[in-house]
Ligand binder design. Structure first.
Ligand SMILES: Nc1nc2c(ncn2[C@@H]2O[C@H](COP(=O)(O)OP(=O)(O)OP(=O)(O)O)[C@@H](O)[C@H]2O)c(=O)[nH]1
Ligand SMILES: [Mg+2]
Length: 307
């Protein structure tokens, strides 16, 4: 049944790639493999890197990968871009920049893009991170674009979330207020070679004063590799703090709760849709009948969900 899991545990990259494709396509076989891998997960440090398009996330990830490899850590990278298909420009760009690392067996890089329904992306990303964890990667870097709801969801997967901002944009600060602040464990003010970096840092500090969170701010020039050492030191220190207290288990529990609810929802939905199908009712036909006011969604749901 689970032919891939043992190979994943041995670090077989072809098995890893194949399992990730099954996860992407929401194939039922993926679940059995993930179940077999589950006891072997929970070792890796998951780091989310998020921020607006062009903030320099990929450049930072690239620098962090190089730094971690010099420390003999193995690294997994998931580049999540819900807006572009697999062959999209941004991801292709990432691939080109990451090419050096692609030849290094200590690094596994993959792009993720939305396929299918809402919530599918964060679920697939979470599952792929588990696979990297099971294959033995020490650090998993998850790059997400933007600061929308999807990204907040994905950030919840991470132990440590770095929000990358660039100098001189009030808009960015607005977007941060809109939700990412609650998931930020650390700010990277990148492109500090540009005017206004200190101003941005002051703005962030003022904003953070209104919360009771302890959030470090690190100045970087990713394109020149400046600030990467300090950024990593802060990321690692955040994780060590989590590990030495109840924080890590709390995060794992929150994540497990989200996953459990998602799995349950998918499972129950399938049961209900299958039951309707057995009764000869397809979703589209039912929707049409509802639209014609021949029935209503509540009655159909009651019928389908009767246990
Ligand atoms: N001046 C300056 N440019 C930088 C710096 N870091 C990255 N860049 C440039 O900014 C551009 C965008 O960098 P990326 O790393 O692709 O940014 P990103 O956030 O991954 O972009 P998306 O994935 O498209 O959202 C590139 O041209 C980088 O070379 C920096 O510190 N200073
Ligand atoms: Mg990028």
């Amino acid at each position: 049944m689970t032919e891939l899991a043992p190979r994943v545990l041995k670090g077989d990259v072809r098995a890893v790639a194949r399992l990730m494709r099954l996860i992407d396509d929401a194939q039922p076989q993926a679940e059995a493999e993930l179940r077999a891998l589950w006891p072997h997960t929970g070792r890796a440090h998951l780091v989310g890197i998020t921020g607006n398009p062009g903030a320099g996330k990929s450049t930072l990830v690239d620098r962090l990968v190089a730094l971690l490899r010099s420390k003999r850590k193995t690294v997994g990278v998931l580049a999540v871009d819900p807006t572009s298909p697999f062959t999209g420009g941004a991801i292709l760009g990432d691939r080109i920049r990451m090419q050096d690392h692609a030849l290094d067996p200590g690094v596994f890089i993959r792009s993720m893009a939305t396929r299918g329904q809402l919530g599918g992306l964060s679920r697939a990303t979470s599952d792929c991170a588990r696979v990297l964890d099971a294959m033995g990667k020490d650090i998993i870097l998850i790059e997400t674009v933007g600061v929308g709801q999807d990204e907040v969801e994905i950030c919840r997967l991470a132990h440590t979330t770095v929000v990358v901002v660039v100098p001189g944009l009030g808009d960015d600060i607005q977007a941060i207020k809109a939700g990412i602040l609650e998931v930020a464990d650390l700010f990277a003010v990148n492109k500090a070679d540009r005017e206004g970096a200190d101003r941005t840092i002051r703005d962030l500090r003022t904003m953070l004063e209104l919360t009771d969170k302890e959030v470090a701010i690190v100045k970087c020039v990713a394109s020149r590799g400046e600030g990467t050492d300090e950024l990593w030191a802060e990321i690692d220190s955040h994780y060590q703090k989590l590990r030495s207290g109840p924080g890590l288990l709390q995060r794992e529990r929150d994540r497990a709760r989200t996953e459990l609810v998602e799995v349950l929802r998918a499972r129950l939905l399938k049961v209900a849709v299958d039951r309707l199908a057995r009764q000869g009712a397809q979703l589209d036909d039912l929707a049409l009948r509802i639209a014609r006011r021949e029935t209503d969604p509540y009655s159909v749901a009651d019928e389908a969900a009767r246990l």
